[in-house]
Write a protein that binds this ligand. Structure first.
Ligand code: PEP
Ligand code: MG
Length: 627
């Protein structure tokens, strides 16, 4: 049966693929439905996996004991730790909650053992998280490790061949479930040729970064929750794949392997489409690809200019060094925002696979050389075009496990605040950026500024790192420019203190709107209140842009608003000439710009700025955009 789900479309594009139901753990396990008559076989499979893991642990314990006795004199700490660690894991393998509870879930939900075990693990992890005591809290990592081990074992035990079983059980009484399962297998076979579409309750920015870093190619993302400018949405957009968030109950309604059409522009998902609908969307998909190709050929190397000859700079926002290549391909004038924190965001919270999950050694996680090579590679790829590297903006929805005991919420120690608190991390990053500045046109951008002391303190630390490099005879750009992000209303209202201290500013509209309207940008429940045309937002934008223009300090917008075609004329009329966006939007923007006449737009925008109600502003803007 075909049906349609509606959510928030966060990136244009169409994907056709098969559903993969995703769990909220680093373990990627899909849910499979088990026919009732095979439940006991599935439970035996689970028991066997537990038994195998138990044997493996016993073996490890024996080996460890032998090693210890051989090294009786040298009873090293390593052996003691390994044996203590194995004891804890063995204990969990005896625990009712891990060994028995998943079997109840298999019986009740008619699902595969891996899935049942992960559900139970999520439940237990939540319980452990609620403990006050850090020692007990951290035991959840042991549970995760034990579960990971069992899942790996389960995956290596051959799964039951349900189709085969049914074919050989013609007298099976449970015809309904037989038909259901056959139907699923049939659709599985038919749909195998399609790429995978992730269906998750939520995908954290860390998960999204992990997909990117591991170069997993999914055709689209669907989630039950999430707001339009959440970092997950931004990351999906930059991956240039369609995504629909806030579908509410996609994870419950969509079955594994079902065929899906995702229309990222309209925010709809068609489940089990009819052949006619499938044809229609295949055609639309081809048309979109052709249009993109055409734009690339025609506009890639063209200058971005309005109809009346006003030059506009179109920069790219990137998350990983490898994105720089796409930015260049898409004709970007430079990198307007490198979200450097994304280098460190993945589910395990490490900068690379060599790091250890429980590692509290910040120096290792934020390794200077690793950062230096990342920044240098972007600078070199961009061949002297500007590369604006934002210093770490950890916090809000971008969480790192190492700060789990720190309040890095949207109103807490986020962005520059955390950097000034954890100065060794900031200093390491600044040294890496400065060293890379010898290889291109790098600029530094400070996130989430609120007051002048933060800027003075940051500039002071940057100067100290410059002194250090000078005395160590390490090359860097002596004239490196330093800018600040305007994302907090306080900084926008009193922007003079920023303009007097820094070389450029960049307006982060995603956060500026969040903080002005008191709307959590990642929460789908308040997504309809996230009003980009609220008069207060426009007043802050206009004030910031015109104040910067008055003193000739370059100003750009690097939030999602920069690529929103409904906002382009408004921003041009306010005097904005620098836009930074996902590089996939640049060609479309270039195409639009050459139809606009800034001298005509500006007086109209001045009149719009006199309006003080969103609806009236919306009406006037619609009229302006129609012309
Ligand atoms: C913004 O807030 O608009 C911005 C560009 O920064 P981020 O989206 O990374 O918070
Ligand atoms: Mg921001």
């Amino acid at each position: 049966m075909s049906f349609v789900l509606f959510g928030l479309g966060i990136s244009s594009g169409i994907a056709i693929g098969r559903a993969v139901l995703m769990n909220q753990t680093p373990l990627e396990v899909s849910r499979k439905n088990i026919p009732p008559e095979l439940v006991e076989t599935e439970i035996s499979r689970f028991d066997k996996a537990i038994e195998n893991v138990r044997k493996e642990f016993l073996q490890l314990q024996n080996n460890s004991k032998q090693d210890q006795s051989q090294n009786a004199k040298n009873k090293s700490k390593k052996f003691v730790e390994l044996s203590a660690f194995l004891n804890v894991h063995m204990m969990f393998l005896e625990d009712y909650e891990i060994v028995q509870k998943p079997k109840d879930i298999i019986r009740e939900k008619l699902c595969n053992a891996e899935w049942a075990l992960i559900q139970q693990m999520n439940f237990l992890v939540q319980q452990f998280d609620s403990f006050e005591d850090n020692y007990f809290k951290d035991r959840k990592f042991d549970i995760i490790q034990v579960v990971e081990r069992i899942v790996k074992e389960l995956l290596s035990i051959k799964q039951n061949n349900y189709q085969h079983h049914h074919k050989n059980n013609k007298n099976n009484k449970n015809n309904q479930s037989q038909n259901h399962s056959q139907e699923q297998n049939q659709s599985k076979n038919q749909n195998n040729k399609f790429p995978e579409i992730i269906v998750a309750h939520d995908i954290s920015p860390a998960d999204a970064m992990e997909f990117r870093q591991q170069q997993k190619n999914y055709a689209a993302f669907l989630t039950d929750v999430g707001g339009l400018t959440s970092h997950t949405a931004i990351l999906a957009r930059n991956m240039e794949i369609p995504a629909v968030l806030s579908l509410k109950n996609a994870q419950t309604l969509i079955k594994p392997n079902q065929l899906l059409i995702v229309d990222g522009l309209r925010g709809i998902v068609i489940v089990n489409p009819s052949p006619q609908i499938l044809d229609e969307y295949n055609l639309r998909k081809k048309q979109l690809a052709l249009k993109k190709d055409y734009l690339k050929k025609r506009l890639k190397s063209a200058k971005s200019q309005t109809l009346d000859g006003v030059d506009i700079n179109l920069y790219a926002n990137i998350e990983l060094p490898s994105d720089a290549k796409n930015a260049l391909e898409d004709g970007a004038d430079g990198i307007g925002l490198f979200r450097s924190e994304c280098l460190f965001l993945n589910s395990s919270g490490n900068s690379n696979s060599n790091s250890n999950n429980n590692n509290n050694n910040n120096e290792k996680i934020f390794n200077e050389d690793e950062q230096f090579f990342a920044y240098k590679s972007v600078a070199e790829t961009m061949k002297n075009k500007p590369v604006v590297i934002r210093t770490l903006d950890i916090g809000a929805d971008k969480v790192l496990p190492m700060f789990k005991n720190t309040n890095t919420s949207a109103l807490g120690l986020r962005g520059i605040r955390l950097s000034l608190k954890e100065q060794h991390i900031f200093n390491t990053q600044i040294r890496a950026i400065l060293r890379a500045s010898a290889f291109g046109n790098i600029k530094i951008l400070l996130p989430l500024l609120t007051n002048s002391q933060e800027i003075d303190q940051a500039l002071n630390l940057i100067n100290q790192q410059k002194d250090f490099l000078r005395s160590s005879k390490i090359a860097f750009d002596e004239n490196i420019q330093i800018g600040g992000m305007i994302e907090v209303p306080a900084a926008a209202l009193a922007v003079g203190f920023v303009l007097r201290r820094l070389d450029f500013i960049s307006i982060g509209t995603n956060d500026l709107i969040q903080y002005t309207l008191a709307i959590d940008r990642a929460d789908e429940n308040v997504a309809d209140l996230y009003d980009v045309l609220h008069p207060s937002v426009l007043i802050l934008l206009y004030h910031t842009i015109s104040s910067a223009n008055k003193v000739n300090i370059p100003v750009s917008v690097c939030g999602e608003m920069a690529s929103d075609s409904r906002m382009t004329k408004l921003l041009l009329g306010m005097g904005l000439r620098n836009f930074s966006m996902q590089s996939s939007q640049i060609l479309k923007m270039k195409e639009n710009l050459c139809k606009f006449n800034v001298s005509e737009i500006t007086p109209i925008v001045k009149r719009i700025m006199k309006l003080d109600e969103s609806n009236k502003i919306r009406e006037a803007l619609t009229k302006l955009n129609e012309n």
